[in-house]
Design a protein around this ligand. Structure first.
Ligand SMILES: [Zn+2]
Length: 134
């Protein structure tokens, strides 16, 4: 099966495009969580954002900024910028994409997850392990 985002890039599937640059593009999500919910993608196929090379990633984030500013100028108060990496994180289309989700006070789109204060000992242990893995 061909990738739906690659098909959008090739113009084989229509999309409501909001930004089209050399290596990146942005279009409205067909299943928005709010009107204006936009997806920003590299035109070349990468499975997720971890696979996107630095120079393309820079263009991708510039496009995310432009879309975010446009949504705020459109009348929204803020945005969430997020990318799902892997099915466990909710990634459905295996072509790297960044969601720009417009927000208004009290829209209750997302519930803040419950947090629990971690101990210094636990934080120190995890940070040490991550520094080793980076
Ligand atoms: Zn693709």
């Amino acid at each position: 099966m061909t990738c739906v985002f690659c098909s959008i890039v090739k113009g084989e599937i229509p999309a409501h495009i909001v930004l089209d640059r050399d290596r990146v593009m942005a279009f409205l999500d067909i299943n928005p969580v709010a009107p204006g919910h936009t997806l920003v993608i590299p035109k070349e196929h990468y499975e997720n954002i971890l696979e996107v090379p630095k120079d393309v990633l820079a263009e991708l984030m510039e496009a995310v900024k432009a879309v975010s500013k446009a949504l705020i100028n459109y009348g929204y108060e803020g945005v969430n910028v997020l990318s799902n990496v892997g099915p466990a994180a909710g990634q459905v289309i295996m072509h790297a994409h960044i969601h720009v989700i417009p927000r208004k006070s009290g829209d209750e789109l997302f519930k803040r997850p419950k947090t629990q204060r971690a101990s210094d000992e636990e934080l120190s242990k995890i940070a040490q392990e991550l520094r080793r893995l980076i």
